[in-house]
Write a protein that binds this ligand. Structure first.
Ligand code: ZN
Length: 457
């Protein structure tokens, strides 16, 4: 199905300043799955102005003066999906690190491969991952890059027009792969990147220490101080794997989240990926500090890390977002697959009523947007017009019942026809607007071959 447009405009992707901010769009004829506080499902047109949702209009309303009309009749509109834990630099490593547990996965494959990257291979890895995610309706990401050349990730995100909070992976402890820097170099690189990219268009800088075993206490404490000084988020991994948790106990004498809390790395500005293996005391810390956790069910299954106690922690008031993690531990960057797993995995343990489609869809939209501090994640007036057009009439998804069930249990990226970020169309008729997917594929293949050659993998 194609979205029929009344007049074609030239896309001006990624340059928020250069985008025609006064552009008005009238999206006609869709069903709106709003993810607002009442979880309303509405039949209404949307008027978008200056990148924001300005008004809901009755179907068949006349097009307001100066607005461009796009017919989305028969389609569903949902808020853009948010993935609150990804690694765009790892997209090229898909298939190169299968069937390994976390620490071997890191030491034997991921760190040597990251070390073999060059700026151009990082750019193409990010571009490949962003292509996959935009085509699947993801409009915002929280990304951990690698130690060097993080500018290339920012450059790809900027060209795509995706909302992205990105940080260099900070590592100042020795490891087998020799990936890392001194404490001073890690912090200096973070400061350089923050000054260069934070607040540029849809981009933000976030401080991204890799995880406790890779970081000295001095690095972690200075990271907390700098993040608070500059109002940036902190993004790290925590308590993903039992061997990691044991290693942190040996290194610090404390449980992982207890340790992070003691050095100041908990709070509403902190996003911790995974948090599978927690003590009751650590759960209480996360509740009290309003720290956001990111659930990555595909990665947690594939690395045999374990099953996060998402429903129990949600019931205590912990906010969980969703993310696919990286291509070599998933192996898809597909929010539909993560939503389906997030719902299904808990049901054998806690019953079929656990983790409803409505709850899971909220994790992937409004809760993810809150985690990233975005004015997005729901279809409400005044919100950013980050919108995904879904075609429900496909063989694998056509049916009755609540549309949210179809989205979580049946749909795949194949249902995504068009995507808007800040009212700007970034996917049109199942194609990325801002760049050539054919070029992304051919250049990614060339980059992959260079990286594999250097890494010997
Ligand atoms: Zn990760």
């Amino acid at each position: 199905m194609r979205v029929h447009r009344s007049n074609q405009r030239t896309p001006d992707v990624g340059r928020e300043g250069g985008y025609k901010r006064n552009m008005k769009l009238h999206l006609r004829g869709a069903t709106l799955i709003t993810c607002d506080a009442q979880d309303q499902i509405l039949s209404a047109d949307l008027l978008i102005s200056n990148g924001l949702i300005e008004a809901f209009l009755p179907h068949n309303s006349p097009t307001p003066d100066g607005a461009e009309t796009i017919s989305v009749a028969g389609k569903w509109l949902v808020p853009g999906f948010v993935q609150a834990h990804v690694h765009l630099v790892q997209t090229l490593f898909r298939g190169l690190a299968d069937d390994l547990a976390l620490l071997d996965w890191l030491r034997e494959r991921i760190w040597p491969l990251e070390r073999a990257h060059d700026p151009e291979s990082i750019y193409w890895s990010a571009r490949l991952g962003i292509t996959e995610m935009l085509l699947g309706g993801t409009t915002a990401v929280l990304d951990m890059a690698t130690v060097h050349n993080t500018d290339a990730v920012f450059r790809a995100a900027s060209e795509a027009g995706i909302r992205a909070s990105i940080g260099n992976a900070m590592m100042d402890r020795d490891n087998e792969a020799g990936l890392g820097t001194s404490t001073e170099a890690a912090l200096a690189e973070a400061e350089r990147l923050r000054a260069r990219w934070h607040g540029q268009g849809r981009l933000a800088f976030s401080y991204a220490p890799r995880f406790v075993p890779s970081c000295s206490e001095a690095l972690l404490k200075q990271t907390v101080a700098l993040a608070r000084q500059h109002g940036c988020q902190i993004h790290t991994h925590a308590s993903e794997n039992l061997d990691e948790v044991a290693m942190v106990r040996r290194m610090t004498g404390r449980d992982n989240v207890r340790y992070l809390h003691d050095i100041g790395m908990t709070g509403p500005d902190v996003v911790l990926a995974h948090c599978i293996h927690l003590t009751d005391e650590e759960v209480a810390i996360l509740v009290k500090t309003d720290t956001t956790l990111t659930h990555c069910p595909g990665s947690n299954c594939k690395l045999a890390s374990g099953l996060a106690m998402v429903p129990e922690l949600r019931a205590k008031g912990v906010r969980w977002a969703l993310g696919a993690d990286g291509a070599p531990c998933n192996n898809r960057m597909d929010i539909f697959a993560e939503m389906r797993l997030a719902a299904l995995l808990q049901k054998p343990r806690l019953g079929a009523e656990t983790m409803t489609a409505t709850e899971v869809l909220r994790m992937a939209t409004v809760d993810g947007a809150k985690a990233l501090g975005l004015n997005a994640g729901s279809i409400e007036t005044g919100r950013q017009a980050d919108l995904v057009v879904l075609d429900p009439d496909m063989p694998h998804s056509l049916g009755g019942g609540d549309p949210r069930s179809a989205i979580v249990y049946s749909m795949t990226p194949a249902n995504v026809t068009d995507v808007f970020i800040g009212g700007q169309q970034v996917v049109a008729d199942r194609a990325v607007v801002g760049w050539s997917t054919a070029e992304t594929i051919s250049s990614s293949k060339a980059a992959l071959s260079r990286v594999r050659g250097r890494a010997g993998l």
